[in-house]
Design a protein around this ligand. Structure first.
Ligand code: ACM
Length: 524
């Protein structure tokens, strides 16, 4: 089948080369628009072309994962190129126009997530120490190809990549977004689309905010009313929803196949109205409140001095930890304004013990630094630098999510149709133009594990609305997490981002057309 179409496709590619391509073809690899910006690019001035003869070779004898990564690449390239690239793992010598995926373990500079692309006019070779590096290298290949490669129908091409070498690895090991599925529920298909967006920009963490005052969003078999009752609604009174444990596990697997770790969050002792409404015994006084569909914070608290609360937390953490291969369990801990400080400290200390007893390390919002932190606890800095510094003084590391720069739910400006503005207006330049290592005096490189941009969902109820807030800020957060600060500048970034306008358009991403960027888009 493939060979019967080969000649025709080759002729078509030649005829179409240079005349029908929507994305201008360059032979200068230095003129790439890759986000996040690679660490080093050396241009050679020639071109590599994918043709109907091209295949994706993986080194023989490597782990099975290599064939899966190659299959992922084939699935990305085949719908738009129509070239029918196949995965070849039998050790046959790659030919002209082939892609080769290789593992090596002796390139220390690349670390666990870095990769090297060597592009000649004959062959495109991706090498990495670990499969995650190959996966990130593949995202670079996607971005080096014309934007039309993202289409789901066959496009004319040609599929040209300039020759040269890219060597690339991330600044931080933790590069993530958070999705709030509690204020409004977003189902498995939405979460998977979010994961795909993260993968394209080499992010490696999705933090899922699974519970809040307005809804409990994950099945807990030992406390079934959490979802039978506590998942029934959401902000504004809509019907809510939740993930079954099977659905959650499927999301974890989907993310892992894209080298993305899921961090589950159960927010406590505040932000717990949905749980309190589901089980009266979790309330001081034993009376369950009504479900809540507004957007106030700080009014709910678990009864921190009752043993049933700790039985509840233990069951919840045990069940979720068993479904979660990642290292971390996020305990929330923010805005517990209805919990006395001594009760809050007592609670966080006990909950840390529970989390570690189930084999996970603790992450919490910066308020948890009031407690006595476990040595490997992570403080997620969002509001108060004094809290983050208190965490550091206890030996904790910090995850940087400053609400005035990294909150993806903030409006871009006063005209934004979704979002809040209590922290700041965060236009695309502001979202991009900060450096985690220097933002807060006293928090420096050695204290920081990485960057996370939270997306709170009070004002958004569909994934298209979510995309309006996520894009185009997400690529900027990805670049802050990946690219060394010395290589980052807004003036240069905004031009690369402009070219992603067309790519986002082809991917049907509902992005905010910031007036600060001269978007390359076509009429809609
Ligand atoms: C938060 O925004 N309450 C962590």
């Amino acid at each position: 089948m493939k060979h019967t179409t080969l000649l025709l496709s080759a002729i078509a590619a030649l005829l179409l080369a240079g005349c029908n391509a929507k994305t201008p073809v360059t032979t200068d690899l230095a003129k790439n628009n890759i986000i996040p910006k690679p660490v080093s690019v050396t241009a050679e001035g020639g071109s590599f072309v994918l043709t109907a003869k091209s295949d994706i070779h993986v080194m023989p004898g490597g782990p099975e994962e290599l064939a899966s990564i190659a299959g992922y690449l084939a699935d990305k390239l085949n719908p738009s190129t129509g070239l029918g690239l196949e995965v070849v793992s039998d050790g046959k010598k790659p030919g002209r126009g082939d892609i080769m995926l290789m593992l090596s373990d002796d390139d220390a500079e690349l670390g666990d997530e870095g990769y090297e692309l060597v592009i000649t006019d004959r062959l495109l070779t991706v090498t990495a120490n670990k499969p995650a590096g190959l996966f990130h290298g593949i995202q670079t290949i996607r971005q080096l190809l014309p934007h039309e490669v993202e289409a789901d129908t066959v496009q004319p091409g040609p599929w040209v990549i300039p020759t040269g070498t890219i060597r690339d690895w991330p600044s931080y090991g933790h590069r993530g977004e958070m999705q709030d599925v509690a204020r409004h529920f977003f189902g498995p298909e939405d979460v998977k689309r979010f994961i795909d967006h993260l993968a394209l920009y080499k992010m490696n963490v999705l933090h899922m905010h699974l519970s809040d005052d307005q809804g409990w969003r994950i099945e807990i078999k030992s406390w079934p009313n959490l979802t039978a009752h506590g998942a029934k609604t959401e902000v504004g009174g809509g019907e809510g929803g939740y993930f079954t444990q099977e659905e959650y596990s499927d999301i974890v697997k989907y993310a892992a196949e894209r080298y993305i770790t899921i961090i589950p969050e159960i927010d406590m002792p505040g932000h717990t109205n949905a749980a309190l409404s589901s089980y009266p015994e979790l309330n001081k006084g034993g009376k369950a409140p009504e479900l809540y569909t507004g957007i106030k914070v700080g009014f709910s608290t678990l009864d921190t001095r009752s043993e049933i609360t700790y039985k509840f937390v233990d069951d919840v953490v045990r069940e979720i930890a068993a479904l979660t291969p990642g290292k971390y369990f996020h305990i929330g801990g923010d805005e517990s304004h209805s919990t006395k400080i001594e009760d809050y400290i007592y609670f966080v200390n006990r909950v840390q013990e529970i989390v570690t007893s189930h084999g996970k390390s603790v992450i919490g919002w910066d308020e948890i630094a009031h407690a006595t932190l476990k040595p490997d606890a992570i403080v997620q800095y969002w509001a108060r630098s004094a809290n983050a510094l208190k965490g550091i003084s206890q030996g904790a590391k910090v995850l940087m999510s400053p609400c005035t720069y990294a909150y993806t739910d903030m409006k871009y400006d006063s005209t934004s149709i979704f979002g809040l503005s209590w922290a700041a207006y965060i236009e695309v330049d502001r979202a991009y133009s900060w450096d985690p290592d220097t933002l807060v005096p006293g928090i420096s490189r050695e204290n920081i594990i990485g960057v996370e941009a939270p997306l709170w969902a009070e004002t958004i109820s569909t994934f298209r609305e979510a995309e309006y807030l996520i894009f185009p800020r997400l690529p900027g957060y990805a670049e802050i997490g990946w690219t060394p600060a010395a290589l980052r500048s807004w003036d240069e970034y905004r031009e690369r981002l402009a070219s992603h306008g067309r790519r986002m358009q082809i991917m049907d991403i509902n992005f905010y057309r910031s007036p600060l960027v001269d978007w390359e888009t076509t009429e809609e």
